[in-house]
Write a new protein. Structure first.
Length: 429
């Protein structure tokens, strides 16, 4: 099947070889996306094949990403694929969270069930496969947490050297611990995410290192599998809305691309509406989309406790804008208090998630999408990604980046008791 990289800029649309080490269009600087010749794709046959693969013990079939490999066939040699059985993440329902969001029902697509605990694994398995295909020895990323954990695991599993650059003092120890444990060489830089990304772009080009941030189009290809698997799990019934957090905006770009391709190929009969939710202190895409003048302005000093979406200059915003507009979607921002309370509600449902994930439920509550709407909300990361955040919220110690207190409206503080059965019995009556 013929594959190529194509400039996303509608005024350019230049084509490049699928094996070129480029992240932006050399002609116009636009973003790139992988494009394939899907002429011989048979949706009915593939749906049967994908279901049959669930019973297979072959490593690629057990992966919730590579099970759907016909829709991202850029890796000709399967020996280049490194899989940790990523994907296979559940759809979970919660009446408590639904009521909080003003809905009769809600479904969470929980990416925290991935091997390293976040949706990044879906994209990283694809990005590392391309790196191995290209003969790369070292890979790099800039990260506020989840990307570093995922890249470290997949690169190390694939025999590559992972190099990670993180904002000094602005990463959860839960996420940093993963990167260190998985063997990554880690650099803590005195700059924010966007400044470090500019630095690393220079270093990767100078030293021949493969960049695995979401500007890499193969990361986007892997993340498409999230929405393909979601539709498979729903027996191809399209929801009214798919709601997800927005940081660097690679996920909404991937979801939109995957959904458009499935509709064009006949897997689904319509597109769901996409909603992106950003934290108020790091919401350049929200500000851009609501503005009457259409000039994109980066947030120079993004601030939010939801570190996974603490990004002020998201590289994928042109793709995200396209996917929001073509799906008749929307963008919203939510406060630190709204994120914290939504997170506590999700946790009290027995599900749990990282702070950035909870932006989805907070956004749904704010948008008032309709009580009977069929909504899938994406939870991007595991509850144990930010354990200090959880403890500080439930004990009334959590503060916003500006120092203002966040109320523990759904707090569940531990109770200190004496070693006395009678007194504890009295408390439990």
């Amino acid at each position: 099947m013929q594959s190529s990289l194509v400039c996303f800029n509608a005024a350019c649309r230049a084509h490049y070889g699928i094996g070129e080490v480029i992240y932006n269009c050399p002609k116009c600087g636009g973003l790139l996306e992988a494009q394939y010749d899907f002429t011989n794709v048979d949706p009915a046959a593939l749906k049967r094949t994908w279901r049959e693969r669930r019973m297979s013990n072959a490593p690629l079939d057990q992966s919730g990403v590579w099970r759907y490999r016909e829709l991202f066939p850029f890796v000709e040699t399967q020996a280049n694929v490194v899989t940790l059985r990523e994907g296979n993440t559940p759809l979970l329902q919660s009446k408590r969270a639904a009521e909080y969001g003003g809905l009769a029902n809600i479904t969470f697509k929980h990416q925290g069930f991935n091997p390293t605990g976040s949706f990044k694994d879906n994209g990283m398995t694809a990005g590392v496969a391309q790196a191995r295909k290209l003969g790369m020895k070292r890979v790099a990323c800039v990260s506020t947490g989840n990307t570093s954990a995922s890249m470290a695991a997949y690169a190390s599993a694939g025999g590559l050297e992972p190099l990670i650059f993180i904002p000094n003092g602005n990463i959860s120890y839960g996420k940093l611990a993963q990167a260190l444990e998985y063997g990554a060489k880690t650099f803590q830089v005195d700059a924010n995410f966007d400044q470090i990304l500019a630095l690393v772009r220079v270093l990767t080009e100078r030293l021949g290192i493969y960049l695995l941030n979401s500007i890499n189009p193969f990361r986007i290809e892997g993340q498409k599998s999230i929405v393909i698997e979601m539709m498979d799990q729903r027996d191809w019934r399209v929801p009214d809305w798919v709601v997800l957090p927005g940081g660097n905006l690679g996920n909404v770009s991937a979801f939109g691309k995957g959904l458009r391709e499935m509709k064009e190929l006949g897997f689904i009969d319509k597109l769901p509406r996409l909603a992106v939710i950003q934290a108020k202190g790091a919401s350049p895409f929200y500000e851009y989309m609501k503005a009457t003048s259409k000039g994109f302005n980066a947030e120079v000093h993004p601030e939010t406790l939801a570190t996974a979406i603490k990004i002020g200059d998201p590289v994928s915003w042109p793709k995200a804008q396209f996917e929001i507009e073509i799906s008749n979607g929307t963008v919203e921002s939510v406060t630190e208090q709204e994120i914290a309370d939504a997170k506590a509600v999700i946790g009290a449902s027995g599900i749990g998630c990282e702070p950035a994930s909870a932006a989805t439920l907070a956004g749904i509550r704010k948008l008032k999408l309709g009580r009977d709407a069929d909504i899938v909300a994406v939870l991007t990361g595991n509850v144990l990604k930010d354990p200090d955040y959880i403890y500080r919220y439930h004990t009334g110690q959590l503060k916003a980046p500006d120092g203002s207190p966040i109320k523990a409206n759904f707090g569940n503080a531990p109770i200190v008791v004496p070693n006395d059965a009678e007194k504890i019995t009295a408390l439990l009556k």
